[in-house]
Design a protein around this ligand. Structure first.
Ligand SMILES: *Cc1c(COP(=O)(O)O)cnc(C)c1O
Length: 374
C-alpha cells in the first residue's frame, strides 16, 4: 500500500530482476554465487596472503586490460570509495589550486572537500545548472582540473579530454567507468567505485593513474606536507604495487569486482559494455520522448547519460508515487536524487541490466500510470 494506493502489476509483466538503482547497482547473481562457492577458502582469510592478493591482482590486471592502459600507467586501490579519494586528493594530489566543474551533487562534493584546506588556495568552481555541464577553463594557475565523466545525480554526461597545460586532468568516473568508452591519453587519473557500472559492492576506490599523476603523488608525499596515513595516495600506491591495501579491505567487494571486470572483458570489453548501455539508453529516452506525460530531463541529447537516465514527468502524474508503487511490486530504486527535488525517476542502465528488463520496466511504468489515472 502506497499512501492508500494499492496497484498490483501482473507478475508476467515484471522484469526478471527488479533492481534499477543508480548505485548501488544490481550485483549479478552469478557473482554472488561464485562468492558463495569460493567463500569458505577466501572470506575470513588474510589480505596480506596470496589467496586474497591474487584476487587483488586480478582486479588490477583486469582494469589494465579493460581500459587499455599504456605502460607506465598504474592501477591504485584504496579503501573508502570515491568519497575518500576526494579527501586523499586534497592532501596528496592538489599542489595549490584546483578547478572543479560542478554540475550536480557529486561534482560539488569534491569541490567542498577542498574548500578550507589550510595548505591550498580556494578552488575555482565553475558551475552549470542541473541538467547541463560546464567546460574547463585552462589557466596557468590551476594544477588540477576536476572533471566528472557522468554526474550520477542528474544523469548528465560530459566529454572527457585532457585539459591543455601543466595541470592534471582528474576524472570522477564513479558511474561512467565500465559503462562508457574512454581513452587513457585523455586523463591523468580516472577514479571510480565498484558499486555502479561494475555491479559490485562499495567501500573501495580504483584510480587509474598516468605517469604524470604518479610523479605528482610521489613529489607531494616527499615534500614534507602533513598527510594522514589513511589518506596517503603514496601509501596506497606502494601497497597497490604489492596487491594490497593500506588497511583491511572488504574482501567480498574485491572478489565481486574481480569477477565482474573479467566478465566484462569476456563480453567484449568497454566497446561491448558502452554499446550495451547506449542501447538501454536509446530505449529509455525514446520511450520518454514519445510519451505524453514523460520527457528526458537532460534537454541536450549529447549530454544525456547512457548509464543513469533521468526522466521528468508532467505534474498530473507523481513520479514518487510511480516509484513507490513499483517498489511495492519489487521493482526498486527508481527514485530520483532527493536533492534535485524534481518530479523525476532515475533509472540505472548498467551493463548488468539486459535490454529486456528495461523494456519490462517501461511497460510496468505505463501500467502504473494507467492504473493511477482511472
Ligand atoms: C556514487 C558516486 C560517488 C560516491 O561514491 P562512493 O563510493 O559512495 O564514495 C562519487 N561520484 C560519483 C559520480 C558517483 O556516482
Amino acid at each position: 500500500m502506497t499512501g492508500g494506493v494499492s496497484i498490483q502489476i501482473p507478475s508476467q509483466m515484471l522484469p526478471a530482476d527488479g533492481r534499477f538503482g543508480s548505485g548501488p547497482s544490481r550485483v549479478p547473481q552469478r557473482a554472488l554465487e561464485r562468492l558463495a562457492e569460493e567463500g569458505l577458502s577466501y572470506m575470513g582469510t588474510s589480505h596480506r596472503r596470496p589467496t586474497v592478493r591474487r584476487v587483488v591482482g586480478r582486479v588490477r590486471e583486469g582494469m589494465t586490460a579493460l581500459f587499455g592502459l599504456p605502460d607506465g600507467y598504474e592501477v591504485l586501490l584504496g579503501n573508502g570509495g570515491a568519497t575518500a579519494f576526494w579527501d586523499s586528493a586534497a592532501f596528496g594530489l592538489i599542489e595549490r589550486v584546483s578547478q572543479h566543474l560542478s554540475f550536480g551533487v557529486f561534482s560539488s562534493k569534491f569541490a567542498q572537500a577542498v574548500v578550507g584546506a589550510p595548505h591550498l588556495d580556494s578552488p575555482e568552481v565553475i558551475e552549470a545548472e542541473a541538467g547541463a555541464h560546464p567546460l574547463p577553463r585552462p589557466s596557468d594557475r590551476i594544477d588540477l582540473y576536476a572533471l566528472t565523466h557522468n554526474e550520477t545525480s542528474t544523469g548528465v554526461t560530459m566529454p572527457v579530454s585532457r585539459v591543455e597545460g601543466a595541470g592534471l586532468t582528474v576524472v570522477d568516473a564513479t558511474s561512467a567507468a565500465g559503462g562508457m568508452t574512454i581513452r587513457p591519453d585523455q586523463y591523468d587519473i580516472y577514479y571510480f567505485s565498484p558499486q555502479k557500472a561494475f555491479g559490485g559492492d562499495g567501500g573501495l576506490y580504483v584510480a587509474l593513474c598516468s605517469p604524470k599523476a604518479v610523479e605528482r603523488v610521489e613529489r607531494i608525499a616527499a615534500s614534507g606536507r602533513w598527510i594522514p596515513p589513511f589518506l596517503s595516495l603514496a601509501k596506497a600506491l606502494s601497497d597497490s604495487r604489492k596487491d594490497q591495501t593500506y588497511n583491511t579491505p572488504a574482501l567480498a567487494t574485491i572478489h565481486l569486482l574481480a569477477g565482474n571486470v573479467e566478465w566484462m572483458l569476456e563480453q567484449g570489453g568497454l566497446a561491448w559494455s558502452s554499446q550495451h548501455c547506449a542501447q538501454n539508453a536509446r530505449i529509455l529516452y525514446g520511450w520518454a520522448e514519445a510519451h505524453p506525460l514523460a520527457s528526458p530531463f537532460v534537454t541536450d541529447p549529447a549530454m544525456r547519460s547512457q548509464v543513469s537516465g533521468t526522466i521528468d514527468f508532467e505534474p498530473e502524474v507523481s513520479a514518487n508515487l510511480i516509484a513507490s508503487v513499483l517498489r511495492d511490486n519489487g521493482v526498486v530504486d527508481t527514485e530520483s536524487y532527493p536533492a534535485l527535488r524534481r518530479n523525476q525517476l532515475r533509472i540505472g542502465l548498467w551493463p548488468s541490466i539486459p535490454r529486456s528488463d528495461i523494456e519490462a520496466l517501461l511497460a510496468c511504468i505505463d501500467y502504473v500510470i494507467e492504473a493511477l489515472s482511472v
